[in-house]
Ligand binder design. Structure first.
Ligand code: MRU
Length: 348
């Protein structure tokens, strides 16, 4: 199963809002379709939206090359439009800044050369995500040296990336090593990424999974049914604070109370090296009907006031380790994260 495929002229996205009931694809031949797909969560998960947006810019650049308007200002406008789709996952901004950087380097070249460079960069972003997933999986799986059950929240699997996932990548590897007995998947209200996507992915791999509602996580811990928590991230700040799907913070607090390690698996592209603490992370708020309806059926009074933040921030003090492609980071996080930043600068 792949969240997206690229075939030179077109980006094809697996429509995640239809899963697991229907396997449907969206063919994106204009950048507006890509932007809409990100906004609607048809493609979702931090690394996946970064890669989709990069391909979206390639498509948008081709649209501009066929038109008559000013190419450069049009391109910068598309970058901004794609950036405006979702505010929290930093991978979106990281990928688009990287694409804009390439465009800048080829600004004086002919347009075909620039288009080819953009396509190459988008493909590189996608390809690197696959490699990075494997490294995170290997680094994370090394934390598990005996069979245990884990809990995860939301979906940080193949669907959320271009490869086979961050948190679920670690789980897949640890399962292959014989060190996972079962995965408890929080359903992840309101959009049910855990119930619809994580349960589906794990069942496809025949990894034993038990679905629970978010409110059951504490009781599952109290009953010693799990020995570790592992989740993905949408943005990690310099001090190690972690933005992830709403409900992650509650899981982290519960894990602390029960003395259970709380691991976060995330690639360097999810680290925001410009932000010092999670307090500054913009948290997306989504529409009320995500909470007042389920599957199109109203479950709350029509006019009820709703608060629907899509993400929360887990303070670094609750994070036992950050699993990255550069290794497993432990507190104090700031020096370890700064070291990755320096390594990245060296690689450029
Ligand atoms: O709103 P979503 O479904 O895009 O939120 C996704 C998450 O919160 C994931 O846990 C996160 O992006 C990590 S994906 C590897």
């Amino acid at each position: 199963m792949h969240s997206m495929t690229w075939d030179k002229n077109c980006l094809t996205l697996l429509n995640q809002t239809k899963l697991p009931g229907r396997v449907e694809y969206i063919r994106c031949s204009d950048y507006q379709t890509v932007a809409e797909a990100i906004r609607r969560l048809e493609v979702r998960g931090a690394p996946a939206i970064g890669a989709a947006a990069a391909y979206g810019l390639v498509i948008g650049a081709r649209q501009l090359a066929e038109g008559s308007g000013d190419f450069w200002s049009g391109l910068m406008k598309i970058v901004q439009e794609l950036k405006a789709t979702r505010p929290t996952a930093v991978n979106l901004f990281w990928a688009l800044d990287r694409m804009a950087g390439v465009a800048g380097r080829y600004r004086q070249s002919d347009v075909q050369t620039l288009l080819a460079a953009l396509e190459q960069e988008a493909i590189a972003i996608a390809q690197e995500d696959r490699t990075v997933n494997s490294r995170i999986a290997a680094n994370g799986a090394a934390l598990f040296d005996q069979p245990l059950a884990v809990l995860t929240h939301c979906n940080a699997g193949a669907l959320a990336t271009v490869g086979f996932g961050t948190a679920l990548g670690v789980i897949r590897q640890a399962w292959a090593d014989g060190n996972i007995t079962r995965v408890f998947a929080d359903e992840t209200r309101p959009l049910l990424q855990g119930a619809r996507l994580t349960a589906w992915e794990l069942m496809q791999e025949q990894i034993p999974v038990t679905l629970i509602t978010d409110s059951m996580a504490g009781w599952v811990m109290k009953q010693r049914k799990i020995q570790a928590v592992i989740v993905g991230a949408d943005r990690v700040t310099l001090n190690g604070d972690v933005a992830n799907k709403i409900g992650t913070y509650s899981v982290a607090v519960l894990a602390k109370e029960h003395g259970i390690p709380f691991y976060v698996a995330a690639p360097a592209s999810t680290f925001d090296f410009t932000m010092h603490s999670g307090d500054a992370i913009p948290i997306e708020e989504r529409q009320a009907d995500e909470i007042t309806t389920i599957g199109g059926v109203r479950i709350a009074p029509a006019e009820v006031e709703v608060f629907n933040p899509a993400f929360d921030v887990t303070p670094h003090a609750l994070v036992s380790a950050l699993i990255t492609e550069y290794g497993v980071l432990r507190a104090p996080y700031a020096p370890a994260i700064t070291k990755i930043q320096q390594q990245l600068r060296g690689e450029q």
